[in-house]
Design a protein around this ligand. Sequence first.
Ligand code: AP5
Ligand code: MG
Length: 239
Amino acid sequence: MTVVVLLGGPGAGKGTQAPILAEHLGVPHVATGDLFRAAVRDGSPVGLAARRFMERGQLVPDAITIEMLLQRLSAPDAADGVLLDGFPRNRAQAEALDEALAERGSVVSRAIDIDVPADDLLERLTGRWVCRDAGHVYNEHTNPPRVPGVCDLDGSPLIQREDDREETVKARLALTLSSLADVVDHYRRRGVLRVVDGRQPIDRVTAEVLEAVDTIEGRAGGPADSAHPANGVDPKGGA
Ligand code: AP5
Ligand code: MG
C-alpha cells in the first residue's frame, strides 16, 4: 500500500499538483476539502455539519473529518494506496491516520510539504478559479485558462470557491497554519518528510514533488537511499 500525504497551507498548490502525482503513483486522489464540498452540495448530514465551519475558515471538527476520511480509505479503489490532499491537518488527525494504517499493516510512505510563505497565499487564493465539474485549478494571474471562464481540460465553467473571499481566506490562514506546522513536525520526526519550495513555477514544483515520491524505498523509478541530500531530503529531517 502506498500512502502519500500532500501538505501545505491554504493555496500552497496541493490541488494543482495532486492529480498529476496521483496519476504518477497510480492511486486515487482523496482531498478532504473536495469531499466536504461534495457533501455540502448534496445536502448530506456531513455537509450540513461541515458547512458552518468551512464558511468561517475553520477546521471541521476531528470526529466528523476522521470518520469521513476513514470511510473513504475503506473504499475498494483505495486498497493499494491513496494520495491524501488536505488530511491530516492537525496532530490528532495524523495519529488517527497512523492507527488506521497500522491496522492494515501499513504506514505513510512519504509526506510532502509544499512550502509557501503566508504572505503569498492570500493573493493566490483570491485569484483562484476552479472548474465546476472536476475541480481543475486555475489562477487569473499565474495560471489562466486558454479561454476565460472555461476549463481547458473538460470545458466546464470556472467558478470561485465560497471560502476564497478575502475575509474567509484571512481566517483560514490564521486558523490553520499552526496546526499544519504540528503535522509537518510529526512526519519530520518519522523521517518521511520532504519539503518542496512552492514559490517556484508550477512545472518546477511538479518535478520536485515527483522526485520526492520516486525516492520512496522499494518504489520503482528512483534510488532507495532516501537519506542522501541529493534526493531532496529535508535538512531538518531525519528518522
Ligand atoms: P481545502 O479544500 O483543503 O482547502 P485548503 O487547505 O485551504 O487548500 P486549498 O484547496 O485552498 O489550496 P491548495 O493547496 O489546494 O491550492 P491550489 O492548488 O488550489 O479545505 C477547505 C476547507 O475544508 C477547510 O478550510 C476546512 O474548513 C475543511 N477541511 C478540509 N480538510 C480538513 C481537515 N483535514 N480537517 C478539518 N477541516 C478540513 O492553488 C491555489 C492557487 O494558487 C490557484 O489559483 C493555483 O492556480 C495557484 N498556484 C498553484 N501553484 C502555484 C505556483 N507554483 N505558482 C503560482 N501559483 C500557483
Ligand atoms: Mg485544494
